[in-house]
Design a binder for this molecule. Structure first.
Ligand code: E4P
Length: 217
């Protein structure tokens, strides 16, 4: 499973990249606004930190303007992945861009049928929002299971990018279902490393090691 960081915070991205476990980054207009940074500038910096796909989202609603925005965004770096909303115009843009060899992440997916459309449009990634799904009384993981089944039925190459991840259980469930990628806020990725028994185990081993009076170095 690939791990993407869902943030536009440079320090947090550098910190995660240093673990060697970061495969990409996703941003959206809300995350750019939260960073307080210039969109083009911060996206360029992120693209230089990670080798993998960095999603940058268009804000136009019509196909023609989305294409113009994508043209500007894809010049930022070779690893920019254009993010488009799951609308008719978004999927027209997806089809055109992927046809030209540009990576596209189709975002704001809330149904398996929408995911089917995105795959037919040649999306590189489909982003079902599990957290927002849960918030509205649905089960986000049912959606991931349905998409996995459909994509496997037809051997679609589109990768399932589980988005709107809120906690480590979402990551575990998505991995069990076989999602290709998950994008999560840095805190959730850091939480994946933690276990109380790991901390307790280290504490016990170090206490016993101290009793030996030895040193490795
Ligand atoms: C994905 O690409 C989105 O940026 C993100 O996961 C949305 O998450 P949220 O529902 O926590 O805003």
């Amino acid at each position: 499973m690939k791990f993407f960081a869902d943030t536009a915070e440079i320090d947090a991205i550098k910190d995660l990249a240093a673990t060697g476990l970061l495969d990409g980054v996703t941003t959206n207009p809300s995350l750019i606004a939260k960073s307080g940074r210039d969109f083009m500038e911060v996206t360029k910096e992120i693209c230089a930190i990670v080798d993998g796909p960095v999603s940058a989202e268009v804000v136009a609603l019509d196909h023609a303007t989305m294409m113009k925005e994508a043209e500007v965004l894809r010049k930022i770096a070779d690893n920019v992945c254009i993010k488009v909303p799951l609308t008719v115009d978004g999927l027209k843009t997806c089809k055109a861009l992927t046809g030209e060899g540009t990576m596209v992440n189709v975002t704001l997916c809330f149904s398996a049928n929408q995911a089917l459309l995105a795959a037919k449009a040649g999306a590189t990634f489909i982003s079902p929002f599990v957290g927002r799904h849960d918030d509205n009384g649905f089960d986000g993981m049912d959606l991931i299971e349905d998409i996995r089944l459909i994509y496997d039925n037809y051997n679609f190459a589109t990768e399932i990018l589980v988005a709107s991840v809120r906690h480590t259980t979402h990551v575990l469930q998505a991995a069990k279902i076989g999602a290709d990628v998950m994008t999560a806020p840095p805190k959730v990725i850091h939480d994946l490393f933690k276990h109380v028994l790991t901390d307790k185990g280290i504490e016990g081993f170090l206490a016993d090691w101290a009793k030996t009076g030895q040193s490795i170095l």
